[in-house]
Design a protein around this ligand. Structure first.
Ligand code: HEM
Length: 65
């Protein structure tokens, strides 16, 4: 079974302004359940999950410097 992650991340019930750039929506790390799953979920979740998240923050920091 495939889950359409793009459609999931544009579901208006969870993400009313999905196309707007609003990084602040991630400031409060409230429980999002499976409404946000860029790395998949379950047994086959991306194994680069933590690495990619740290690398992303590092990249943003280096660019802003
Ligand atoms: C922003 C970066 C990344 C995103 C958005 C991403 C996203 C994903 C997604 C959606 C899957 C499929 C999960 C599923 O089938 O349910 C996946 C699988 C996988 N990812 Fe990533 N990934 C990223 C970076 C990485 C990195 C850096 C690595 C390795 C260092 C990696 C290694 C893998 C592997 C090996 C799988 C297959 C896992 C399996 O089937 O058991 N990914 N990734």
């Amino acid at each position: 079974m495939l889950i359409n992650i793009f459609n999931l991340h544009h579901h208006t019930e969870f993400w009313p302004d999905a196309d707007d750039f609003k990084p602040e929506r991630f400031v409060h790390n409230e429980k999002r359940g499976l409404s946000f799953m860029p790395f998949g979920a379950g047994e086959r979740i991306c194994i680069g999950n933590v690495f990619a998240s740290i690398e992303g923050q590092l990249l943003l920091t280096m660019i802003s410097q």
